[in-house]
Design a protein. Structure first.
Length: 229
């Protein structure tokens, strides 16, 4: 059986996958949704350790490790620590790079300046306040209200901390799903890692706006991996 370990992005929580999880279960898969959203000064390495612990609870299954946005970096570090456990990595509009790369290294200078300024002005220099739902492409009024009530501050340290990769993660096949229109060069990040790239028309928070389409792409990635095994 396939277990999808679904890792939410910055400012979000496990609830981000609430529209995808039932669809995966209906298709016969299991899911894990580790929580990176604990309040505190957690960094990328802390988040990767949380994901690695979740991987350890699903070792009897075929594991597809999915990272959204910031957590593209997180899941690759976690997979690097558990290369014999993860069968496939899927990035969903995911930031990703090689060893020693941080979110701030990949992001445009304007993004880095903006979030640092927000953390200094409204987050005690340590926490980045959540942006409005529109920043994630959520324009529907009901969805925006739902999301706004749940968004949380993000530790600044998580964006600044560089990944630690041994290279083991590069032996794991991957798929990079990028949403169109692109907000950042997520297709290029995936292609640079040698991942298959697949386009999906939808918002950055595509798991909220187009859960059925995203679920089908996740299942397709699992099927491709099984065909190659």
């Amino acid at each position: 059986m396939t277990t999808f370990v679904l890792v939410h992005g910055a400012w979000h929580g496990p609830w981000a996958w609430s529209r995808v999880v039932p669809l995966l279960h209906a298709a016969g898969a299991r899911t894990r949704t580790p929580d990176l959203s604990a309040v505190g000064d957690h960094g990328l390495h802390d988040h990767a350790a949380i994901v690695a612990a979740a991987l350890d609870t699903a070792r009897d299954d075929e594991i597809v490790l999915v990272g959204h946005s910031y957590s593209g970096l997180v899941v690759r570090e976690a997979a690097d620590a558990r290369p014999d456990v993860v069968s496939h990595i899927v990035l969903v509009d995911g930031w990703a790079g090689g060893n020693g790369v941080s979110m701030f290294d990949l992001a445009p200078e304007a993004f880095v300046t903006s979030v640092r300024a927000a953390a200094e002005a409204r987050g005690g220099g340590r926490q980045i306040p959540a942006p409005p739902p529109a920043a994630f492409g959520i324009l529907d009024a009901d969805d925006a209200e739902w999301l706004s009530a749940r968004l949380l501050p993000q530790p600044l340290r998580a964006f600044a901390e560089p990944t630690h990769l041994s290279g083991a993660v590069d032996r794991i096949p991957g798929t990079a799903i990028y949403c169109r229109p692109q907000t950042y060069p997520f297709e290029r990040f995936g292609a640079a890692l040698g991942y298959r790239t697949r386009a999906l028309d939808g918002a950055h928070d595509v798991m909220l706006t187009h859960p059925e389409s995203l679920t089908q792409m996740l299942l397709d990635a699992s099927l491709l991996q099984n065909q190659e095994a």
